[in-house]
Design a protein around this ligand. Sequence first.
Ligand code: PHE
Length: 347
Amino acid sequence: MLDKLNQLCEDALAELKSQDKQDKIDTQTALDEWYGRVIGRKGAVTLLLRRVGELPREERPAFGRRANEAKQALEAAYEARAQEIKAAELACSLREGAIDVTMPGRPLPMGRLHPSTQVLRNIYDIFAQMGFQVYHSPEVETDEYNFQWLNMPPHHPARDMWDTFYTTQEGIILRTHTSPGQIRAMREFCPEPIRLILPGMCYRYEQISARSEIQFNQVEGLAVGRHVTLTDLKGTMIEFTRRLYGAERVMRFRSSHFPFTEPSVEVDMDCILCQGEGCPVCKYTGWLEIAGAGMVHPVVLRNGGYDPDEYSGFAFGMGPERIAMQVYSITDIRQFWANDLRFLEQF
Ligand code: PHE
């Protein structure tokens, strides 16, 4: 029986050390299986030890001693192998997970600013250089601000210039232009002089088409003070246009009509694509319309708190989407809110 024990022990240790590919014990699972088979509760060695009673009494102490040694040796061998396996697995995972720091990085998809926002920011920059601050006013407006205080009483035919979204609340509408901000700004700053731009979304009840959207941005400009003249308006518009589109731009001011300015003008510049020769972008006129403008009407000045005998001012309104369409030759205004990445990623 002692021989059998020695044999079992020897075989088990040999198995553990075996380098033979096929039955190499090189995973924790295989090692546990070995443990169970040899010194687990039903392992060969354990079972053999239980049979100690079958030996003649005088042989039992020697067998017992040998049995303990064997068990310890096997346990120790198990522990050692377990350590080796752990180290090998760690080395392997380090090798497989190794990072090549010289490899070029994967580009992260970067977001970008919407073309309207880009144009808006260009406009802010230029007017900031000329001393205009940005003033925000609400998109949901009252009829008074959007029309009445801008010199358009109820049922005034001039209101036909703006197709309006009315809300279910009497007198509350979506602003059709940024001009109501003129009144808000004047009432806030009066009697101080004013030099502001008022950007933001406007809404019109339009048939949506390549040329018209129901929402779009406008940038209003407003300057109020003593001795502000039409010349200041012209100079400001020319300077702005040349800073945005280039120093060689030629401007044209056509007389026009808005109820809240007097006199009123349409501001044109020569077409940036054909330099005034005539092309589809300018519809063969050679000119691009960039703003409506004029001297603030005395009634509007008074509604803002300024005495028109002492103060005067100019105002203008332009459309950043229109500007972007001109700069980038965009033919369909619906692209701006269509959320089509093929369009947006070009800017
Ligand atoms: N509010 C006008 C529009 O939307 C533009 C404008 C602004 C004209 C300021 C004159 C002065 O058409």
